[in-house]
Design a protein around this ligand. Sequence first.
Ligand SMILES: [Zn+2]
Length: 416
Amino acid sequence: MSDGMMMTRAYNALENVISIDDIHSSNRDDCFCIGCGGQLTANKGKIKAHYFAHRPNKSNLKTLAGYDSTMVCNWSSESEVHIMAKEYIANTMELLLPIGTINPIHKIIEFSSVKLEKRLNGRVPDIIASINGERILIEIAVMHKCDNDKIKELRANNLNCIEIDLKNYKRTGDIVSHEQIKALMSKANAKWLSVSASNQFGGSFHTHDKEQFKKLNSEYKNNKHFMTVDITARGRGLESIKSDIESSELKLISINENIAIKGGELDEIKSKIADINICNLISRESSVLRNEKLNNEERNRLLSVRTDLEIREVAISEVEDDLACRTKKLISLESQQAELAIKIASEEEAIRKRRKKIHDEVNLEARVIAKRKYDKELERTDSALNTTRLKIKKILNKTKSILPTETRLEILEMIN
Ligand SMILES: [Zn+2]
């Protein structure tokens, strides 16, 4: 197993290919490697798939005639595919082959005999098949296609040879299965390397090509007629297109002139734009400088405003402290005032009571004084009255003679 693939085919002592399935004893010593001629062991275990393997110690081993023990083994999974494809054709005795090279038809060709060649390499073909005695050589191309020298030789010898291309083979497991070979063969490209002109198969091949050639030739003639008509029509069309192109070229010239004029105008505009751009650049630079200055001034102003603000904040906080203190004082004053108001009210009440008392006392005193005054007045009046009575009595005494006694008694009564 040179590439990990299990080897299922080997040579026997007569250099015939044998399958592991044909081996019934592990002790057989006539199994040799197809790649190097080295002696092989047949592994016929019960679990793994059956396979051949190189024996380990090469010095004590037999080698197939024509090989020697120092040969490097060139066996690969492609060798296995090559052999199994040959076996497949030998078993089916038929192939799907193209007939003809011009519009080929594909036909299943049944062979009357199939003979496999022993060697893989060299000038001998892989398979010699026959159809009613006519030989068809079959080459299986897995790694290498036929070289040009071999193709020349086949043609010089007037042989039929088909090449089956199996280069699409890809490894999928440890063994190459019959199903894999069948699938590969059904999709394989088959190409004739050489076809004999003299025998029946080659004759039918060439007859197909001749018929196809005639058909194509007649189609060609028909097509040529239609194409001539078409070409004439197209020629006319071409003439009109040419005249269109000429008038378009004239237009193009005038457009180009216009473009040149507009180009000049554009250059002028561009140079103006460049001037404007320079002006803009200068003004932008000066504006940048101005902005920097303004920014600095603005920053300084901001700083001073911030400082001022901080000072104000301190002042505000002081004022707030003061205000809090004053508020506290005010509250205490208000409470004192309330207390005082209560005191004043009670004092006022007391004063009112005292005033009333004094007033009452004064009123009493005044009445006493008034009575005393009145009594004195009464005394004075009484004395005045007595004086007056005395005067009147004197007057009555003096006037006793003049006044009737009655009148005098009346007056006396009046004054007493
Ligand atoms: Zn080998």
